[in-house]
Every structure is written in C-alpha cells, then in structure tokens.
Design a protein around this ligand. Structure first.
Ligand code: PEP
Length: 255
C-alpha cells in the first residue's frame, strides 16, 4: 500500500450556511491561518451564491473551491439547477456529489450520482463522491452491501483514466452532524472495503492513488486518530468547517 503517495485532502462542506459577505470574511481569516499548511490539499465548499466571491478571495492561496452539487446537463430548462461549465466559470475546481443530505431530502439516487460524476469529469471538475450507510443499514448488517452498491454505481462506466481525478468520501449517515464519530477502526474497515472494490473494478493503480476521506463529526480532537489509519486520506468536515480556527486546527492535525 503506497499510502505515503496520497496527499491528504481536508475539505469543508458548509451546507446551507454563510452569505457571500460572510464567506469573504471567513476566507480572509482562513487564508492567514492556513498559509503555512504543507503537504495537504484544502477545499472549501460554500453555497452557490458565494462561489465566485470565494474563488476570488482564495486567489494566491492553495485553497480550492468546491460546489456542493451540480446538474448533469450543460444547460437547459432545469429551473434551480447549476451546471459544470457554470461552476467552472465561477472559479470552482471541485464538486461534492451524492451527499447523504441530497440522497435523503432531494431524491438523489445512485443513478443520478453517476450522471453527476460523469458530467463533473467531462466539465473539468474533480468530484468528491459521498457514500455511506444509515444507522438502520449498519444495525441490519448491510454496511458492506450498501457501500459496494453505492461505489459500483457512482463510478459505473468510468475507466481508470477518467476516474483518476475522483475523491471518495465515506460518510456514515449516523455520524453526520450527530457528534457521533465513527471510531478509526470502523472507518478504516469501510475505507478498506471501498479501496478494495475500486481495485477490483478499476485496477490497482487507480485504487492506490484514490483519496478516500472520512466524514462525520470530524473535529480537531479526533482527526489525528482517523488520519493515522492507512486507508484514511483526509476528512470531509461539516459543522467544524464553519469556524476558521477549528478548520485550520483540523488541517494542522500533525502539529
Ligand atoms: C458533512 O456534512 O459532510 C459532515 C460530515 O458533517 P459534520 O462534520 O457536521 O458531521
């Protein structure tokens, strides 16, 4: 396992928090707090209306800006939707796809996740593809089946080349916004399952290079234990990413 070749990714998902003005204030502080962060990639995902201002605010820093969703068509009569070319033009480089809140509240399916992943790749955006089981699925012993189904369908019809920019985020639904983090052992087992499946489907090289982030109540106090696991390559952080000092502390987990 060539874990050392995978640069860690620390990504903040702001969900439906922060106006454009609040975004700029946050990023101006966050840029200073993270200016000496070495050896990792930093991604922040503000809401749509703040994306262009965010992209401008992080210019000259290593921080990348992600959207939280996209539509698979480039344009058309799809009221309320936003496409890959629009996100690129706003300055985004990454996009979160298939977050459990989209699956739970907005009818996202494995099929639509796959369409969005392919549209993101075609549009030059790096997908951050979320998978994860609910509490009921875990308690019913279905975690592995759910993860395999979600990863197979999310990456369906991709080749090793086309899939190479993808980042996967394992986010157990029972750990999101609950303060109940998966133990490093539980998370590592799920990450290993996902990496093994990508190895089977897309080959060893894709699997070795794939960054798999853990998401679910990540905080400064638990990031180090998670990052010590060989198959955990970073974090997708919700609540704690809303506070620049907390997100910066997560990024500096080694110090
Ligand atoms: C998330 O929204 O992706 C998430 C992991 O949230 P939280 O860190 O608040 O659990």
């Amino acid at each position: 396992m060539a874990a050392t070749t995978r640069a860690p990714v620390l990504a903040g998902n702001w969900k439906m928090y922060k106006t454009m003005a609040e975004t700029v204030v946050y990023l101006n502080e966050f840029k200073i707090l993270t200016q000496y962060a070495e050896g990792c990639e930093i991604v922040i995902a503000p809401p749509f209306p703040a994306l262009a201002a965010a992209a401008e605010a992080v210019q000259g820093s290593k921080i990348r800006i992600a959207a939280q969703n996209l539509h698979w068509e480039k344009e058309g009569a799809f009221t309320g939707e936003v496409s890959a070319p629009m996100l690129r033009a706003a300055g985004c480089s990454d996009v979160i796809i298939g977050h459990s809140e989209r699956r739970q509240y907005f009818g996202e399916t494995d099929e639509t996740v796959n369409r969005r992943v392919r549209a993101a790749l075609e549009g030059g955006l790096r997908p951050i593809v979320c998978v994860g089981e609910t509490l009921a699925e875990r308690e019913a012993g279905q975690t592995t089946d759910v993860l395999l189904r979600q990863i197979d369908r999310a990456l369906a019809s991709l080749t090793p080349e086309s899939a190479s920019p993808i980042i996967v985020a394992y986010e157990p639904v029972w750990a999101i916004g609950t303060g109940r983090t998966a133990t490093p052992e539980i998370a590592e087992e799920a990450h290993q399952t996902l990496r093994d499946r990508v190895r089977k489907n897309l080959g060893a090289e894709t699997a070795e290079h794939l960054r798999i982030l853990y998401g679910g109540s990540v905080k400064p106090a638990n990031i180090q234990g998670l990052m010590a696991c060989p198959n955990i390559d970073g974090g997708l952080v919700g609540g704690a990413s809303l506070e620049p000092a907390l997100m910066a502390a997560i990024i500096h987990y080694q110090s």
